[in-house]
Design a protein around this ligand. Structure first.
Ligand code: LLP
Length: 390
């Protein structure tokens, strides 16, 4: 099936009414992705109670959120703002898990008020503060402790989170050391452990390695007399940025299979996953238009009206996004595709073979549904562009 978002003729015909740059989302592709994620999870973990919490940081568009909610997802939030948006989209407190190394008191209070499913805690001091605030609010806070397992996610260093050099989580030995203190905190209920070791992970062995460590930790806690009811395995499943048209849906089967391979836990344990990118990335594009073509010494620049303020990923992580030119020209030329922002890193592609471009030609930058619009800024006093569902 070819989705509208990858269909140049459809896009050219049906998107004239939208001013560029803008984000467009293909609802059908989102729904097909959601269904496949759920089915694969149910297939590999059919004997467990499971919940996929969509990582709202990837895309917080309310219309997309309510579609995700309708399909029984929970939600992974990292700020009070995200919690409020999740509630607005119809998620309940019980659907919410709340991570982040620097939770504000006001955010903790909001989460307590909403009786969220669990705080994913990242430091001892944070747990103590949650205990104090829970005491004031006369609540018992359910928490999971985020473990930093010191494993290599084999992804870009800027999106790796599971090594000791990263600020995230606590080492397992620090957690064991913290247990006696934790037992004294009357308004804290430790229900589980949380892991998230990185994003855009494409080597499935990484997930099997993670599960092996999770099982070790679970058993070691049992030996300490601590039986937990929940394990949160985080997110991180990567997508195909090079060939989105060939692989419009992430390989959920491979992901859940890899996790399952070594996840030897009792079936009474509730399992949580926090997928962001794999759910929404491929259903979104950034639609832009060529402003000018500039030929300089040995270089051919196509200057488009979308910039790094609209899509930060290339400038932040050297990310490559495939492109679809909506004109129907048959002759090709090599271009550096760049934005209008006054920064040398405002570059979307270098020496890319594209159908010959002219002013006004539309270019769709693909795989922009995750970490696209949410990262947009007003840098250079540009406006944040609109989003539309098709
Ligand atoms: N859980 C936690 C605790 C996270 O920090 C993240 C993402 C996720 C789940 C979802 O990960 P995903 O399934 O989307 O890989 N801006 C970067 C990605 C940053 C990811 C941050 N954390 C990018 O554009 O590549």
């Amino acid at each position: 099936m070819t989705y509208k978002i990858f269909n140049a003729i459809y896009l050219n015909k049906n998107t004239q009414k939208y001013a560029t740059p803008c984000y467009l989302y293909d609802q059908q592709l989102l729904i097909d992705t959601i269904l496949l994620a759920q089915n694969s999870c149910n297939k590999y973990f059919k004997d467990y109670n499971t919940k996929i919490h969509y990582a709202i940081k990837a895309n917080n568009n309310l219309q997309l959120l309510s579609k995700i909610k309708q399909h029984n997802f929970g939600i992974d939030c990292v700020s009070g703002g995200e919690i409020k948006l999740a509630l607005q989209a119809g998620f309940s407190g019980q659907d919410i898990v709340f991570a982040g190394v620097g939770k504000l008191d006001a955010e903790i209070n909001l989460a307590l008020e909403q009786n969220i499913y669990a705080f994913n805690c990242e430091s001892e001091q944070e747990v103590e503060v949650i205990n104090q605030l829970a005491q004031k609010a006369q609540k018992i806070a359910r928490i999971m402790l985020r473990v930093n397992p010191d494993i290599d996610a084999m992804t870009h260093k800027n999106i790796s989170t599971g090594k000791f050099d990263n600020k995230f989580g606590l080492s397992f030995s620090a957690i064991v050391k913290f247990l006696p203190q934790l037992r004294q905190l009357k308004n804290i209920n430790l229900i589980g452990l949380h892991y998230h070791i990185g994003s855009q992970i494409t080597n499935m062995q990484v997930f099997t390695n993670l599960s092996t460590i999770v099982v070790e930790h679970f058993k070691q806690l049992q030996q300490q007399g601590v039986t937990i009811s929940d394990i949160n395995l985080g997110g991180g499943l990567g997508i195909d940025y090079l060939n989105p048209q060939v692989n419009p849906i992430a390989d959920f089967a491979a992901y859940f299979k890899a996790l399952k391979a070594s996840l030897d836990l009792p079936q009474t344990v509730n399992l949580h996953f926090e997928l962001g990118r794999a759910i929404v990335a491929q259903c979104g594009i950034l639609l832009s238009e060529v402003l000018f073509i500039k030929h300089t010494e040995g270089n051919n620049f196509a200057i488009i009206n979308a910039g790094m303020n609209d899509l930060m990923r290339p400038a932040l992580y050297g990310a490559n996004h495939a492109m679809l030119v909506l004109n129907a020209r048959q002759d090709y030329e090599k271009y550096h595709v760049v934005g209008p922002v006054c920064e040398s890193t405002d570059v979307f592609a270098c020496n890319l073979d594209l159908p010959k471009l002219g002013r006004g030609d539309k270019i769709a930058i693909l795989s922009c549904g995750a970490y696209g619009h949410v990262l947009a800024s007003t840098y250079n006093s540009r406006t944040i562009c609109q989003e539309y569902i098709i």
